[in-house]
Design a protein around this ligand. Structure first.
Ligand SMILES: Nc1ncnc2c1ncn2[C@@H]1O[C@H](COP(=O)(O)OP(=O)(O)OP(=O)(O)O)[C@@H](O)[C@H]1O
Ligand SMILES: [Mg+2]
Length: 366
């Protein structure tokens, strides 16, 4: 097992495309770290540099204590699982699992031991004689994981390994990967563009955008304290509501957000550091932190749409020019086109600098 350390790692492709712009972070020994971000943000590039499939343009990459910038892939003690796994169709599960080990010259007993171990870990023990075409997509993907597992590598690299599976299978194989990680305790770096996969699987998550690391933290810390507007908008579904405006103290003593071309939004019993009063800010409020309310801190919004999804309802609102999404437990609500009183949960608001998008801690409860 080993830690993986990026020190100001940069990747510029031959065509001049800067895919990774100086990434510095460490994946701890035994940690399951998820790299997440939109398409093209550099996730696969980072992973492929660890695997040795892409050259590091600048900076230092370590696996364990060893600098691996110039170490060939086969000497890195890693195993990688790709989205498009290709099993050998004419080989049984056992043969597929054993193939790479035999190539590397492991003796028969050792191959047998590892194949058996991986098959048991992945629930494939009863399918060892099957051919891939006689298996489901999820089972085949487990064989693909097994081929990495038998290598007993120091680090597992997984690049969107579940994206070919349907939603239900994705969930079950994801659970298996988490269990496997707990059982093996091997360092894993897992790439996905799916925020739910990232949140549920990662012990920590690296959020990337346009080749730049945005934030690294535990899933809940990222959700509760996003470092900037990008992270705030990327994690959470429906996405965080973001309102731009100037914050004033109301006559009642609380804070009020005044958008440039919209209606005031009362923010409740908070006080703002004086340097931010009267300046333009971005205020973020997650859909679950808007609530139907008839108190005097409520504002009146118009219901534009109702989306009951079973265990909750997404309510699309409009307040002046501002669209908002509120998320509530099942209940009876006014109809589309009617008004509703809405209040924000003051303690759960997020504030960002309007120019840079950086999180600012500028409020205290009163
Ligand atoms: N071989 C290459 N040559 C030139 N540019 C490349 C190459 N591979 C990737 N890129 C570019 O580098 C950037 C990062 O690509 P990368 O594949 O790492 O993104 P990703 O985050 O894995 O995206 P996805 O979620 O779509 O897989 C993209 O702009 C991509 O077009
Ligand atoms: Mg990719």
């Amino acid at each position: 097992m080993a830690k993986v350390r990026f020190e100001d790692v940069r990747k510029v492709y031959d065509n001049g495309q800067v895919a990774v712009q100086g990434a510095s972070f460490e994946v701890a020994d035994g940690e399951l770290m998820v790299l997440v971000g939109p398409s093209g943000c550099g996730k696969s590039t980072l992973l492929r540099m660890v695997a040795g499939l892409e050259e590091v343009s600048a900076g230092t990459l370590r696996i364990g204590d060893r600098v691996v910038n110039d170490v060939p892939p086969k000497d890195r003690d890693i195993a990688m699982v790709f989205q498009n796994y290709a099993l050998y169709p004419h080989m049984t599960v056992a043969e597929n699992l054993a193939f790479g080990l035999k190539l590397r010259g492991h003796d028969k007993a050792e191959v047998q031991r590892r194949v058996q171990g991986a098959a048991e870990a992945l629930g494939l023990a009863s399918m060892l004689d099957k051919l891939p075409r006689a298996m489901s997509g999820g089972q085949r993907q487990r064989v693909a994981l097994g081929r990495a597992l038998v290598r007993e590598p120091a680090v597992f690299l997984l690049d969107e390994p579940l994206s070919n599976l349907d939603a239900k299978l994705r969930h079950s194989v994801r659970t298996e990967i988490a269990q496997l990680h707990r059982k093996l305790g091997t360092t894993m770096i897992y790439v996905t563009h799916d925020q739910v996969e990232a949140m549920t699987l990662g012990q920590r998550i690296v959020v990337l955008n346009e080749g730049v690391v945005q934030q690294i933290d535990t899933p809940m810390a990222l959700y509760d304290r996003p470092a900037n507007l990008f992270v705030a908008g990327f994690l959470g579904s429906p996405a965080m509501n973001v309102l731009r405006g100037v914050v004033h103290r109301s006559d009642g003593g609380g804070l009020v957000l005044r958008p440039a071309d919209g209606l005031d939004v009362p923010l409740g019993a908070l006080s703002l550091t004086s340097e931010w009063l009267g300046r333009e800010l971005m205020v973020g409020v997650r859909p679950e932190h808007l609530q139907p309310s008839s108190t005097d801190t409520a504002f009146n919004a118009v219901i534009e749409g109702l989306e009951p999804v079973g265990n909750e309802i997404f309510v699309n609102l409009r307040h002046g020019g501002q669209p908002l999404v509120m998320r509530v437990p099942p209940q009876s609500l006014p109809s589309v086109g009617e008004g509703i009183g809405v209040a924000v949960v003051s303690a759960a608001l997020h504030f960002f600098d309007a120019a840079s998008g950086t999180r600012i801690d500028c409020t205290t409860a009163t």
